[in-house]
Design a protein around this ligand. Structure first.
Ligand SMILES: Nc1nc2c(ncn2[C@@H]2O[C@H](COP(=O)(O)OP(=O)(O)OP(=O)(O)O)[C@@H](O)[C@H]2O)c(=O)[nH]1
Ligand SMILES: [Mg+2]
Ligand SMILES: [Zn+2]
Length: 310
């Protein structure tokens, strides 16, 4: 039988078969993987082949993943964890307060998504908490991202009418909801489909951060169509393998201008006649985006591995 993994807790996996029935499965011995050192061999979003036994199911094959999002495991320092695979569309939840999401984090997420061609919508959540000054800052930030092609929406995750606007866009796709702990990922999904009753958590008053309430990714079928994946909060994002010269391709505003640079291997740092730097100087490219580009470029582990977040 073929199926889609909707939950993975280590040794047990929930698999949805093609008729929409769910099965608790284990894995048949060792399955060859792509060589990466991850803590979870079967992940949410995986397409698998499995067979039913009298009591449960056995997964014996995992189809090749078209993409996946990685985070660093919280406790195991060197290992990474795949949060989900085969994503059609991602929604990154961003909050200006409680917790604050940095543009460095946003930009790293966008680079990952660009590398896989995953479209991203930025959802600026908790707008009810913002005063006029912060609303103004948020508006400016949204405009930075809109200008380079990312749809942005300001919402309050508990607001039914605002969240309902997303339903159409979620249909027919596997949608990933991501962001730091406490930004409101599970809250948003509960508003879309209250009967899911996902656990949500308060923000720590001391650290002004979330408490990692959601600990496993889980994929849910929406009554209004499509699938949605609730994920644990990401603090440090793993990144796809790439060479320095490639990075600019994953910044749409750099990609758009790079053919105009004098050197075709221009890294847009200090090379003469660089069209990208010129665009930064005259304000066409956002200075903070460019700053984040340089930060990623100079990351020690650029030739691969994880990029630490500020
Ligand atoms: N004021 C306000 N609070 C919100 C909003 N969205 C979520 N919250 C609150 O923020 C807290 C964290 O929400 P969660 O949905 O648990 O956050 P999460 O992103 O799922 O967090 P993790 O599971 O830890 O990754 C809860 O107390 C929510 O009630 C919002 O739009 N406005
Ligand atoms: Mg959650
Ligand atoms: Zn250049």
């Amino acid at each position: 039988m073929k199926g889609l993994v909707t939950k993975s807790t280590g040794s047990w996996y929930t698999v949805r078969d093609e008729t929409g029935q769910y099965h608790e499965c284990r894995m048949a011995g060792k399955i060859r993987l792509d060589g990466r050192k991850t803590t979870n061999p079967v992940v949410v979003g995986d397409n698998v082949e499995f067979e039913l036994t009298e009591t449960d199911g056995i997964i014996y094959k995992i189809a090749e993943r078209k993409n996946y999002i990685i985070r660093k495991s919280i406790n195991l320092s060197r290992q990474t964890q795949i949060i989900a695979s085969n994503i059609d569309q991602a929604f990154l939840i961003v909050t200006l307060v409680l917790p604050r999401t940095s543009t460095g984090f946003i930009d790293r997420f966008l680079v990952t998504a660009e590398a896989y061609g995953i479209p991203v919508t930025l959802l600026f959540n908790k707008k009810d908490l913002l005063d006029e000054d912060l609303l103004q800052i948020q508006e400016e930030l949204m405009n930075v991202y809109r200008k380079i092609g990312y749809p942005c929406m300001a919402i309050s995750a508990q607001n039914k009418a605002e969240v309902a606007q997303l339903k159409e866009q979620l249909k027919g796709r596997i949608n990933l909801i991501s962001g730091h702990s406490g930004v409101g990922k599970s809250t948003l999904i509960n508003t879309l489909q209250p009967e899911l009753g996902l656990k949500t958590g308060e923000i720590s008053e001391v650290h002004l951060k979330g408490k990692h309430t959601t600990t496993f990714s889980e994929l849910f079928e929406l009554n209004s169509g499509g699938f949605i994946i609730d994920t644990p909060g990401i603090k440090e994002l793993g990144l796809v393998e790439m060479k320095k010269e490639e990075l600019g391709h994953y910044f749409p505003e750099i990609r758009e201008r790079m053919q105009l640079c004098r050197f075709n291997n221009c890294l847009h740092v200090s090379e003469p006649n660089c069209a990208v730097r010129k665009a930064v100087e005259n304000g066409e490219i956002d200075a903070e985006r460019y700053h984040n580009y340089l930060g990623m470029l100079n990351g020690e582990e650029m030739e691969w591995k994880e990029w630490k977040l500020s």
